[in-house]
Ligand binder design. Sequence first.
Ligand SMILES: [Fe+2]
Ligand SMILES: [Fe+2]
Length: 255
Amino acid sequence: MAGFANQILVGKQVDEGRKLDYTGWLDYFRSNKSKYANLVMPQALMCRDKARNAALAATLARFQIGETGEGKHLKSQALKVEGPVYLETMDLFLREENNHADYLARVIGLLDGRLLKGHWTDAFFIVFRRALGLKTELFVLLVAEILGQVFYDCVAHSPEYEELSELFATIVADEKAHLEFHIQYLGLRMQETLPGTLGKVSRTILYAVWTAFFLAAMIVFIADNRRGLKATDTSCIDYVLNCLCLLENAGRRIF
Ligand SMILES: [Fe+2]
Ligand SMILES: [Fe+2]
């Protein structure tokens, strides 16, 4: 992933002024789905601890509903602001999220859990995402991406759910690419919209606002999903530290 990211970042980032070249990302998203063809889904799970399974299923259901959206608003913004190539890339990204939703639904079934029809945190994220323009929507989306990636990584490394390790490691690899995709876009556009010393001050303030929003979302997530984290044998502190690591990396490159 790092090599691919560098290639996009260095070689194909800017084309004709403010237009971006997404050819590399289009190729990436088009070919990426094929790796799921060889993935072996477990038919059952070894863990017989019903409370643990229920806790994990409940947290996964929160993320599952977030991965199901069609992204109509995001796509209309992508077309309006950046044009058809970015829209196509965004569409492929959203399809990848929908693919995650399908796999998560199957895992929730294995855990004897139930899918959610809606959840207030998801509605909250949607309202915030749509409040302003494309960049705001992506900033809010990044928060969910980081919280999700870190939790999926907890499942991938959970000793109680070794059968799910390959699936979740695969999803985590996708999520890493998603972060890279959005970080590259936001980094470029922030530098472009807010250049120079005055722009740097504005970007620093925006970074502080985004960090505050991230921390609030993370605290709400942990308060709501302590048992889900415990089900993967992850401490809240480890979850926080891993989230902060991704937050710092994203913030440094975007702002
Ligand atoms: Fe996802
Ligand atoms: Fe994602």
